[in-house]
Design a protein around this ligand. Sequence first.
Ligand code: UDP
Ligand code: MG
Length: 314
Amino acid sequence: MKSICILIPCYNEEGNPSLINKKLQSIFTKDKLNKYRCTILFVNDGSADNTLSEIKKISDKYENVYYISLSRNFGHQNAIKAGIDHAEADAVITMDADLQHPPELITDIIKYWEDGYDVVNTKRIDEGKGGIFKRITSSFFYKIINRLSYVKIESGAADFRLLDSKVINELQKINEQNLFLRGIIPWLGFRQCSIKYQPDKRKIGKTKYSVKKMFSFAISGITSFSIKPLRLSMLIGLALSILAIVYMLYAIYINLFTAKAMPGWTSIIVSVLFIGGLQLLMLGIIGEYLGKLFIENKKRPNYIIEEKKLRNEN
Ligand code: UDP
Ligand code: MG
């Protein structure tokens, strides 16, 4: 019997694990899925509320529910990685705890897997839901990242997808600190497809992605996949140097051949401020990459497990 594991990262999701568990258990008994051994793996990402005890209660009651609890909050991507490293199944489906990813879609996703796809991605279609701000920033982010990087990342891509055990094996070998699954997974290759879904409203609690977190997620996504910003800063620097040389020649000409060398305060202050600002910007870009190297170089684990209950352990 083939097995399917639903992997759900949870950070302060009190109330949601029970809801999603009920939904999933009823889907598991349906025709399309009852030929598989279906399990649920919750990853508690250092929640400060009662998420863990709720998950434990569910796991005591349902023999197909397992969990991993991390020692602190390691972030969404690392929580998924922890699950991927420990999920033992022929296919793993990752989804959010808040029921924004409709569980009903799972049967469609499985159909594509049965047809031979190794990765079934999902793409959100937004129609007014999810907030206009998030929609605009998200579409802007995907435009930039696709311009800048070498892998194509679809806009509206969600961390709601099926991964075949082949892909899971490869993902287990990847130990990047700045994990950006939406970029890594297209990069891995294999047979991939994408299906559309309409996101629901978050059931309980509020989003863990503040504007600040989203911004740092975006910067990390771009700099993990591309060195084009570095090249761009070099090109801008080059163009400015050429302009500076032209201006220098002009200044010398004025000085030597016309008698009206002005005090020139304006041009000096403007160019000093402009070039200064630009240099800081470029240093910042370089710093971003250097910082990444620094963190990566330490080779710390992506997560630390405090306690767990897994399928192969009982
Ligand atoms: N999440 C997590 N660790 C974090 C932040 C979020 O495990 O540090 C989980 C969260 O519990 C949820 C999923 O990641 O299951 C997506 O988070 P959220 O719903 O807040 O993001 P949004 O849907 O607003 O983009
Ligand atoms: Mg959500």
